[in-house]
Write a protein that binds this ligand. Structure first.
Ligand SMILES: [Fe+2]
Ligand SMILES: [Fe+2]
Length: 192
């Protein structure tokens, strides 16, 4: 599928705000790829497709996970906010014909992350949080500031994003999945 065909299909599958967010994530991912010496075109595609299953019905998402996805823990599978990441990775491969494993794994990990992520996976994760089209300025600026650091900018930006997420989950008394805690712990040792 060409980029234009992907966009056309996404426009059909997503609501307007999610579509605009996807375009924003693609643009920001491309820029980050350029800044950090990674493949810009691949970053654009990963950004574009990272939420391709976000508007899918929850029951259908659960069925896809049950039938096709093995590497997933219960808290990610049972949560409406997190299940779209593994399902989007699956749809990107099956429907949009993406064969590049790096793109697929960056989509897979964009919501809760994982320990030992590659730089490519990190920039997609970060682009999703700081794209300028739909993300609030106050939120994204905290993460963007970290990217200006000389040492470990990607890990610092990842850490900030996890810090904001965990704080918000605590405030709202929502559960925090094990992976989130493990990644937070990994990053805290890396950035100190
Ligand atoms: Fe997402
Ligand atoms: Fe997103």
């Amino acid at each position: 599928m060409s980029i234009e065909e992907i966009k056309k299909e996404l426009k059909r599958e997503l609501n307007e705000e999610r579509y605009i967010h996807s375009i924003g994530t693609a643009e920001t991912a491309q820029k980050l790829a350029k800044d950090f010496g990674l493949n810009e075109q691949k970053a654009y595609i990963a950004g574009l497709l990272h939420d391709c299953a976000k508007c899918m019905d929850f029951e259908l998402s659960k069925k896809i996970v049950k039938d096709h996805i093995v590497d997933i823990d219960e808290s990610e599978r049972e949560n409406k906010k997190t299940i779209h990441a593994p399902v989007s990775a699956y749809i990107a491969e099956e429907k949009y014909g993406i064969t590049d494993k790096e793109i697929i794994s960056a989509i897979r990990l964009h919501t809760i992350g994982k320990c030992m992520m590659s730089d490519f996976e990190k920039i997609i994760f970060i682009a999703d949080k700081i794209e300028h089209r739909t993300r609030e300025k106050e939120y994204r600026e905290q993460i963007e500031k970290c990217l200006e650091e000389k040492e470990n900018p990607l890990d610092k930006a990842m850490f900030k994003s996890f810090e904001i997420t965990i704080e918000s989950l605590l405030k709202r008394q929502l559960p925090i999945c094990y992976t989130t805690i493990n990644v937070y712990n990994e990053l805290i040792f890396k950035i100190k």
